[in-house]
Ligand binder design. Structure first.
Ligand code: LLP
Length: 423
């Protein structure tokens, strides 16, 4: 479902014209289609239906907005959380504890207590010191913590280095060769119950081959550990399936391809499968709606200066990510331009030498595929306000996060006692 289409010469989100939202809320603003998220969640659940009761735990980090979480909770998704903040959001959104997986390489004692008190399906452990601390805490609370071990399968994900997580030198997981000894130790800890194994090798994967390689290693390890007497019941296959950002690039594997591979590779495992998709569910359901401040002549092509910047959407600066950029009311004329934000860094660049709709000052533009890892990675760098967020349902829409105006920033700050406000 492409929720952002031209209707009568103007891009709409579902049936809501984007200029109407910009006029009411201002720009930059993230606009999300509820229908697009719902349809991705449903497509995934449908494609996984040959499996016996899988748990689809949406990776909250991709887009943690409360209204987004409520939408996905209503579709039956659980949550993969990596902080106390994400755990609280998931519970607030009505996600049942038995649908929450707690991942992350640096869980703190406070986070362990929070999740043990509130309940969860399992912690995905990343090291033995973490296992020991969790056991101690669980014992002190009179609880047993359900856990899985995240394996580092030593598989190159073939994605951007900053979002690859399954190679031996990455910080994530327990080296696969150490897994049998780690399981033996974990089984001996009084506060833990070993549920199963987990892998997550990276994000925005463009091929199924590395996923299949990692799942194969996980499957072999399940057999080995069962042979050593461990009761392995769950296998968490993580997230990572890529989505299409640039239509000129080969399309990533579809949900159907991915699920067919999973069904084939996991046949006979006799374990409950867990999935942690993030980008796949929300990535294509959002755009960043922004206004052209001015078009500035350049040495070669002009600079299109937007009112959105790297503080609103950092993916191009951080990962050289390509995002589609289109005029909300295209005239049919085209131009070649560098598309930039107002922040004082050359890295504040959304696109270089991009062939795009011709635009001028005051025109609205969308930066596409901005539903995942976009608003949530925003900052207030250059003392810029946090962008607002809007959710659309048909022709109806609502503000789901108010713009955090720069006037409020100083309210959070304090002068040290040796300065006086009178200075
Ligand atoms: N599970 C774990 C343990 C993860 O670390 C992640 C993502 C996911 C699931 C969800 O992965 P997904 O299905 O969304 O690929 N900020 C980067 C992406 C970082 C991904 C971090 N971990 C970006 O903008 O591309």
């Amino acid at each position: 479902m492409n929720a952002f289409q031209l209707r009568g010469g103007t891009i709409h989100c579902e049936e809501a014209p984007l200029p109407q939202i910009a006029a009411a809320v201002g720009t930059p603003v993230y606009v999300y289609s509820e229908g697009a998220m719902r349809s991705q969640a449903r497509a995934l659940l449908r494609a996984l239906s040959p499996l016996d009761g899988p748990l689809v735990a949406y990776a909250v980090k991709a887009n943690p907005n409360g209204a987004v979480l409520r939408t996905l909770a209503a579709e039956g998704l659980g949550a993969d959380v990596v902080s106390g903040g994400e755990y609280r959001r998931a519970r607030w959104a009505g996600i049942a504890p038995d649908k929450i997986v707690f991942s992350g390489v640096g869980k703190t004692a406070e986070e362990m207590v929070l999740a043990l008190e509130g309940g969860l399906y399992q912690f995905n452990l990343e090291s033995l010191p973490e296992a020991e601390l969790l056991s101690e805490i669980a014992v002190s609370m009179g609880r047993i913590a359900p856990v899985a071990i995240r394996l580092n399968p030593d598989v190159e994900a073939g994605t951007h280095a900053k979002i690859s997580t399954g190679a031996a030198h990455n910080k994530f997981g327990i080296p696969i060769a150490d897994a049998p000894a780690a399981c033996a130790r974990i089984a001996s800890l009084p506060g833990l119950r070993l549920n199963g194994l987990a892998v997550h090798i990276g994000s925005q994967l463009a091929s199924l081959a590395p996923l299949e390689a990692a799942f194969g290693k996980l499957g072999a390890m399940i057999g080995r550990l069962r042979g050593e007497g461990h009761d392995i019941r769950t296998a968490d296959l993580g997230g990572g399936l890529g989505i299409s950002y640039d239509p000129a690039q080969p399309a990533p594997p579809t949900i159907a391809d991915y699920c067919a591979m999973v069904v084939r590779v996991t046949r006979g495992w006799d374990a409950r499968l867990i999935f942690e998709p993030g980008r796949l569910i929300v990535g294509d359901a959002g755009v960043l709606l922004t206004e052209v401040i001015r078009v500035k002549p350049g040495l070669g092509q002009p600079f299109v200066v937007l009112d959105a910047a790297m503080n609103d959407l950092v993916r191009p600066s951080l990962y050289d990510a390509w995002h589609g950029i289109d005029a909300v009311r295209p005239t049919g004329k085209r131009m070649i331009a560098d598309v930039v934000g107002p922040v004082c860094e050359t890295g504040d660049t959304f696109a270089v030498e991009r062939e795009m709709d011709a635009v001028e000052a005051g025109d609205l533009v969308v930066i596409r595929t901005a539903g995942a890892y976009a608003a949530t990675m925003g900052s207030t760098y250059n003392s810029r306000p946090h962008a607002a967020e809007v959710l659309v349902d048909g022709s109806d829409w609502a503000l789901i996060r108010a713009r955090r105006e720069a006037e409020g920033f100083l309210e959070d700050e304090r002068l040290p006692h040796w300065m006086t406000t009178a200075d």
